[in-house]
Design a protein around this ligand. Structure first.
Ligand code: ADP
Ligand code: MG
Length: 607
C-alpha cells in the first residue's frame, strides 16, 4: 500500500490537530509577512519622510517599525509553542496507535523482529513523522511563502530589475542543491554508524557480566571505540562540508549577489529612475535570500526520511492482529466465549516455524478436565512448541486443537488465555514491587489474594524476608532474586489469576535441596484440583502425572503412566535416568526415592 492509499489513517493522526496546525501556520506566516514588510517601512522613511523633513511621520514610521518587530516577536513565540504542541499531539497519537497495535500482533512477529528494531519503530520513526507534520512542514511552508513574498514585492517594485536579478538565482540554487546532495550521503553514513554504535552499546550493556567474566572488557571497549570513531569521522566530514557550504553561501555567494544588485541598480539610482529606499529593500532581501533556500534544501531531506518512517509505521499498522481478537471477527467469523468443561484435544497437529522444518508431526493427545499431563523428551523435541500452541501463541499448520469439541481458533482469544495460568521456562518478572509484579499491575487482584497466592506457591516465606516484604523492589529481569525464587514468584503470579488450566514449562536450572522442596510443593499446590499441562524437568512432576507424553523429534513416541513407560519403553527409562539427577542421588528429594522403581534407581546409581 502506498502513502496515497492510506489517507484515512493519516487523517486520524493529524486531523485532530488541524486547528493547531493552522494556528501555527497562520502566526508564522504573519511573522514572514512582517519580515517582508520591515524593509518596506524603511523604504518609506528614506524615500518619503526624510526628503520632506517630515519628523512626525518619521517618528510614526519608526514607531510602526518597532510595533512590527514586537508583534513579530510575540507571534513567533506563540507560533513556536503552537507548533511544538502540535508535534506532541501528533506523536502521542501515533505512538499510542503503534504500541497498542504491537500488543495485538501474533507472537511470531516478535520472533522475527528484534527488540532494538521495534524500539526504533516506536521511538525514532514516530519522532520523524511528528517533525514532518509540525516543525518541518511549517518551516517549509513559511519559507516557500517568504521566498515567494520577496519575489512578488520585488516584481511590484521593479519588474525589469527583478527579472534581471532572477537570472542569478539558478546558479545559487544549483550550488545549494549540489552541496545538500553531498551532505545527504554523509549524513546517511553517519546515521548508519550511529545505529551500529547503539547496537553495540545495547549488546555490551546486556552482556556486561559475560564480557567481564571472559575478560573481554578491553576488546569491547576497543570495538566500541572503533565504531564511535567511525561515526565521529563521518560527522566531522559532514560538518566541515556543511559549514563550508554555509560559509561559501554567506561569504562568497552572498556578497556576489549583493555586488550584482548594486551593479544592476546603481546606474538607475544615478539617473533617478530608482530611489535609495528601493535599493535598500533589494539589498535587505538579497541578504536574506539564501535563508529560505537553505531552509528548504535542509528540510527536503527530512521530508524524505519522514516518508520512509511513515511507510514503516503503516507497514506495522497494516499487519493483521492475532486471529480471534475483537477486530478480526469479520475475517474469522464470530468467536465464542471460551468454555472448558470436558477436554482439550490435539488432533493430528502439525506445526512448523519455518518452511520444510516440521517441529510437531502428527501430534494427538487428550487432556481431560482435571487431569495432569506431563510432557517429557529430549531437548528440541517440540515440548515447548506444543504448549505454545495450546496458549495459541501460534496456530497449528495442519490439524486442529479442540476445546470441548470446538476449534481453539474459533474461541475468543482473551477469554481462552484468561483460563490459563502460564509459567515459562525463563521466568520474566516485571521490575517494580513484588506485589505489582505478581499481579502484573492488575488492581482488580487485591493485596490479600496476592499474599494468598504467594503463600500457596511457597513464596511467602522468602518474600517476607525481603526488605519491604510485598513492597520489595524487583530489579529488571528479577536480577536480585535466585532462580528458585523467581520460579516461586512465577507460580504465585499464575495462581493470583485463578486459572482453570495450568500450563507450565519447568525450569531446567537446578536449585538447592531446600528450594527444590519448596518448588516441588509449590508445583503440587499449583496443579492441585486443576487441569495441568507441564513440560516436566522434575521427577515429582512426572510421578504425579496422570499421563506422560514422551516427545521425540516432534512426535509422541510413547505415552502412559511412569511405571508403565519405564517398564515398556527403554528410551524413556534412559531419558529419566539422564534428565533427573535426583534419581541418581535420590537423597536430594527424599520422597523421590519412593517412586523410582528399584531397578531404575540401581541403574542410575551405577552411572
Ligand atoms: P523443546 O521444548 O522440546 O526443547 P522446542 O519446542 O523449544 O523444543 O523446539 C523445537 C524445535 O523448534 C527446535 O528445533 C527449535 O530450534 C525450534 N524452534 C523453537 N522455537 C522457535 C522459534 N520461535 N522460531 C523458530 N524455530 C523455533
Ligand atoms: Mg523447551
Amino acid at each position: 500500500m502506498t502513502l496515497q492509499q492510506r489517507p484515512s489513517r493519516l487523517t486520524a493522526f493529524v486531523g485532530g490537530s488541524k486547528r493547531l496546525f493552522f494556528l501555527g501556520l497562520g502566526s508564522l506566516a504573519l511573522v514572514t509577512a512582517g519580515q517582508l514588510a520591515g524593509p518596506l517601512i524603511m523604504r518609506n522613511i528614506i524615500d518619503v519622510r526624510i526628503p520632506r523633513a517630515d519628523v512626525r511621520g518619521m517618528v510614526m514610521s519608526a514607531l510602526g517599525y518597532l510595533g512590527l518587530v514586537l508583534a513579530m516577536g510575540g507571534l513567533n513565540y506563540y507560533g513556536t509553542i503552537v507548533v511544538a504542541r502540535l508535534g506532541l499531539e501528533i506523536v502521542t497519537r501515533i505512538k499510542e496507535a503503534l504500541f497498542s497495535h504491537l500488543l495485538t500482533l501474533p507472537v511470531s512477529y516478535f520472533d522475527k523482529h528484534p527488540v532494538g528494531e521495534l524500539m526504533a519503530r516506536v521511538e525514532s520513526d514516530t519522532e520523524r513523522v511528528k517533525e514532518l507534520f509540525s516543525r518541518i512542514g511549517i518551516t517549509l511552508l513559511t519559507n516557500v511563502l517568504f521566498f515567494a513574498g520577496m519575489l512578488v514585492v520585488c516584481l511590484c517594485l521593479e519588474p525589469r530589475v527583478t527579472a534581471v536579478l532572477a537570472g542569478g538565482l539558478p546558479l545559487a540554487l544549483g550550488f545549494v542543491v549540489y552541496f545538500f546532495d553531498k551532505l545527504r550521503v554523509l549524513y546517511d553514513a553517519s546515521r548508519t554508524r550511529y545505529a551500529a554504535v547503539v547496537a553495540r552499546v545495547t549488546e555490551f550493556v546486556q552482556g556486561a557480566e559475560i564480557i567481564r567474566a571472559f575478560g573481554r572488557g578491553r576488546w569491547a571497549y576497543e570495538s566500541l571505540e572503533r565504531e564511535s570513531r567511525g561515526k565521529r569521522d563521518a560527522d566531522v566530514k559532514a560538518s566541515m562540508l556543511e559549514y563550508s557550504a554555509m560559509g561559501a553561501l554567506g561569504f562568497v555567494m552572498g556578497p556576489l549577489f549583493t555586488a550584482l544588485i548594486v551593479k544592476v541598480l546603481a546606474p538607475q539610482i544615478v539617473t533617478g529612475a530608482m530611489t535609495l529606499g528601493t535599493l535598500l529593500v533589494f539589498l535587505e532581501y538579497g541578504r536574506r535570500l539564501f535563508d529560505p533556500i537553505m531552509a528548504i534544501a535542509e528540510n527536503i531531506r527530512a521530508v524524505q526520511q519522514a516518508r520512509v518512517s511513515l511507510k514503516r509505521i503503516f507497514d506495522i499498522l497494516d499487519l493483521e492482529p492475532e486471529p480471534g481478537r475483537g477486530s478480526t471477527h469479520a475475517v474469522c467469523g464470530p468467536s465464542h466465549e471460551a468454555r472448558f468443561q470436558h477436554d482439550i484435544e490435539f488432533r493430528h497437529v502439525w506445526f512448523r516455524y519455518k518452511e520444510e522444518e516440521w517441529v510437531l508431526k502428527d501430534v494427538s493427545f487428550r487432556v481431560p478436565r482435571g487431569a495432569n499431563i506431563a510432557l517429557v523428551g529430549p531437548s528440541g523435541s517440540g515440548k515447548t512448541t506444543a504448549i505454545a500452541l495450546l496458549c495459541r501463541f501460534y496456530e497449528p499448520t495442519r490439524g486442529e486443537i479442540l476445546v470441548d469439541g470446538t476449534r481453539l481458533s474459533e474461541l475468543d482469544l482473551e477469554s481462552w488465555r484468561h483460563k490459563i495460568g502460564l509459567v515459562l521456562q525463563d521466568v520474566y518478572l516485571f521490575p517494580g514491587t513484588v506485589l505489582e509484579s505478581v499481579r502484573v499491575y492488575n488492581d482488580e487482584i487485591p493485596d490479600l489474594a496476592v499474599r494468598k497466592a504467594l503463600s500457596t506457591a511457597q513464596a511467602l516465606e522468602f518474600v517476607e524476608r525481603l526488605p519491604g516484604g510485598l513492597g520489595a523492589e524487583i530489579r529488571e529481569r528479577g536480577s536480585n532474586l535466585s532462580a528458585g525464587e523467581k520460579q516461586l514468584l512465577a507460580f504465585a503470579r499464575a495462581l493470583a489469576f485463578a486459572p482453570e488450566i495450568v500450563v507450565l514449562d519447568e525450569a531446567t536450572a537446578s536449585v538447592d535441596a531446600k528450594t527444590e522442596r519448596l518448588v516441588s510443593r509449590g508445583m503440587a499446590e499449583l496443579t492441585k484440583g486443576r487441569t495441568s499441562v507441564v513440560v516436566a524437568h522434575r521427577l515429582s512432576s512426572i510421578m504425579n502425572a496422570d499421563e506422560i507424553l514422551f516427545f521425540k523429534e516432534g512426535r509422541i513416541a510413547a505415552r502412559g503412566r511412569h511405571e508403565e513407560l519405564v517398564a515398556a519403553f527403554p528410551e524413556y527409562a534412559e531419558l529419566v535416568r539422564l534428565q533427573f539427577p535426583s534419581v541418581r542421588s535420590a537423597g536430594a528429594t527424599e520422597d523421590a526415592a519412593l517412586f523410582v522403581p528399584a531397578a531404575l534407581a540401581a541403574n542410575g546409581g551405577a552411572s
